[in-house]
Write a protein that binds this ligand. Structure first.
Ligand SMILES: O=c1[nH]cnc2c(O)cc(-c3ccc(F)cc3)cc12
Ligand SMILES: [Mg+2]
Length: 214
């Protein structure tokens, strides 16, 4: 039977990356996606912007919406301090199965909790189910139409504190205009656009960093 693209991406990791070495996992995926098959990882150019936001923030609790194959999950977790936790939500069970193995190959199972399900279902359960008090960073990379409703849900569930950072991928391509309008107009956010390119292409895309002001 035919393999899927995520399965082929996992194969590239297992073939070319060193077990327990997150940076080699990131590199193997970028090489595969640049030279073999495009895939919707945040990629290396936007990934460097992601790295700088994470390193500057030094977050204790991170929520990632949209795991896909675990590329940004591994990239973020490799930069977290010792007791920090990253919870990543993935709706697609096939993606979750691959991401779990990519995370294991990187040796980051202890820092990452991968949950299969929808953000709408799990955001309201963050406190009771994961013992999360507040989120220091939310990396939004799931589906453009869910960015705005999920942001409002995060606010309503009291998961954001003064200084919490929302970092959204793909605000230009595929684009999330309603989300951009909301965070840029709202007096409750200080928003900043980091211009870049759609992963592995020359098309414009970027990350929007929005600090919650409380
Ligand atoms: O659906 C997406 N979720 C999260 N990230 C994405 C991402 O980085 C890129 C794209 C994407 C962009 C252009 C295209 F022609 C086809 C797909 C989709 C997602
Ligand atoms: Mg993306």
């Amino acid at each position: 039977t035919q393999s899927t693209r995520p399965q082929r991406l996992l194969g590239a990791v297992q073939k070319n990356a060193t077990r327990g070495d997150p940076r080699s996992v990131v590199k193997a995926i970028d090489e595969f996606c640049r030279h073999k098959e495009w895939a919707m990882n945040v990629g290396d150019e936007k990934g460097c912007i992601l790295d700088s936001v994470v390193s500057e923030l030094n977050p204790a609790t991170v929520l990632e919406l949209g795991t896909y194959c675990g590329y940004s999950t591994v990239r973020i977790a490799s930069l977290l301090p010792p007791h920090a936790k990253l919870i990543t939500l993935e709706f697609n069970p096939d993606y979750a199965k691959i991401a779990c193995q990519v995370i294991a190959w990187a040796g980051l199972e202890d820092k990452i909790q991968l949950v299969e399900g929808s953000s709408a279902e799990w955001i309201p359960k963050m406190k009771e189910h994961f013992g999360v008090k507040m989120l220091d960073l939310v990396f939004m990379d799931h589906w453009k139409d869910d960015y705005l409703p999920d942001t409002k849900l995060l606010e309503d569930c009291g998961l954001l504190r003064k200084g919490s950072v929302l970092l959204a991928d793909n605000v230009i391509c595929p684009g999330s205009p309603d989300y951009l309008k909301y965070v840029r107009r709202s007096p409750r956010y200080k928003s900043q656009y980091f211009r870049s390119h759609l992963e592995y292409t020359k098309a414009e895309d970027g990350l929007e960093k929005s600090v919650f002001l409380g």
